[in-house]
Design a protein around this ligand. Sequence first.
Ligand code: BT5
Length: 247
Amino acid sequence: MWGKVVRYAEVTSTNDLARDHARRGATEGTVVLADWQAAGRGRLGRRWEAAAGQGLLASLILRPPAAAAHSAWLTLLAGVAVAETVREVTDLPAGLKWPNDVLLADRKLAGILTESSRLGDGHLAIVGIGLNVNQTSDDFPPELTTAATSLRLGSGREWDRRELLDDLTRRLPSLYRLLLDHDSEALRQRWLALDQTIGRSVTVEAADGPWQGRAAAIDDHGALWVEDAAGEPRRVLAGDVALRFDR
Ligand code: BT5
């Protein structure tokens, strides 16, 4: 049921708990929330850090049809929802870095981790959202102090995580509906209104080595097109790469 929230003080990862709940029958739209994660994770085995009680750590349970289950738009639409919520609630100019970062002044404010799997005859997608809310710079490990930010660092005041979650959970169903309706044009427009990727010089860290280019467009499938040094457009898929902005 959309809008249902299951709260925990501590978990390994909200994505793990959401998967457990889904296997036990939790309905689409259920959100699993925690104050602290012992093993919060990012993509490709990376860690997600969040000081206890300071961030929003949430995982949304979806049961998408096959066509949507592995769509890059699942991650992209969650980023759109987070950036729209931040703008609505705080007025801060959050933007999007393809495929899974929400940025504030070029620092990472939030990250999305989507994990899809088969479940019975269908598919399960867990969309994990980590948003830095009330962290101060002391709350981040030293290696993140220049790369990460929070709503508090961006605005000088604390924010109500409940209000942010309420706004976010109100936005997600209609964005997800666009995916189910194959309305990639509407999704792309929502993304482009907040995009901070297109036009940037980037390094694409691909499995077969890094290469440089200029981010040029996002296609119907949520893939990024990057013009390489020779001006050739190359298609970049979200699962394969990390993207670094070059200065
Ligand atoms: C992500 O991965 O950005 C996805 C993060 C998803 C976290 C949520 S929290 C709720 C749910 N449960 C989970 O276990 N995960 C999800 P990636 O693009 O791989 O970025 C990870 C990198 O971001 C790390 O290697 C750090 O460099 C950086 N990082 C870690 N914690 C951060 C933080 N709190 N704020 C900003 N950057 C961070």
